[in-house]
Design a protein around this ligand. Structure first.
Ligand SMILES: Nc1nc2c(ncn2[C@@H]2O[C@H](COP(=O)(O)OP(=O)(O)OP(=O)(O)O)[C@@H](O)[C@H]2O)c(=O)[nH]1
Ligand SMILES: [Mg+2]
Length: 167
């Protein structure tokens, strides 16, 4: 049986935890980052691979800064599914709305992962209500088990891709 391949792209605002999620799912993950106030930020993309049984998942994390829209468009090409990662320690803003609208417009299967639920001030219920029309799951991207469970659950809802996806 041919190995099933999935390209999954993680979207989310600046600092939502996309790199943390990809790293939790694949400790060998690579990413290109730059120094910024208070830490680092992704300036190109995160890349990781995860094996779930017969399923090979290629994970791409996007840069969260608004000015990297072009990079998000390139990285998103040919994706089989999208993860919208939302930081529940701050209110959902216009940019997160824009990401959500873009994913829906592209008719890509997606899940909203409500992140940083372990943090002080987390308001997962408010975020869950905001995305009431979508599949949502409460996680902490820092928790490898939770991250893995969320990915497995999402991949289980997708149709297999057996084309010529590389990497
Ligand atoms: N408490 C807590 N902190 C988290 C969690 N996930 C990420 N963080 C922290 O949030 C900060 C930003 O995480 P990143 O993974 O760099 O966020 P990002 O979405 O990749 O950021 P950009 O690439 O700049 O868009 C880091 O300090 C992480 O340690 C989480 O589940 N819980
Ligand atoms: Mg990042």
């Amino acid at each position: 049986m041919a190995e099933e391949k999935y390209k999954i792209v993680v979207f989310g605002a600046f600092g939502a935890g996309k790199s943390t999620l990809v790293q939790a799912l694949d400790p060998q993950a690579k990413h290109i980052e730059a120094e910024c106030a208070g830490g680092t930020t992704t300036i190109a993309f995160d890349y990781g691979r995860v094996q779930i049984g017969e399923k090979r998942v290629y994970l791409y994390g996007t840069p969260g800064q608004e000015r990297f829209e072009f990079a998000r468009e390139i990285i998103g090409k040919g994706m089989d599914g999208a993860i919208l990662l939302v930081d529940v320690t701050c209110p959902v803003d216009e940019f997160v709305e824009h990401l959500s609208t873009s994913i829906i417009a592209a008719r890509i299967p997606y899940v909203v992962l409500l992140n940083k639920c372990d943090a002080v001030g987390a308001q997962p219920d408010a975020a869950k209500a905001h995305f009431a029309g979508a599949e949502t799951k409460i996680v902490s991207a820092k928790d490898r088990r939770e991250a893995r469970d969320a990915l497995e659950e999402f991949i289980g809802t997708l149709r297999p891709h057996t084309g010529n996806k590389t990497n």
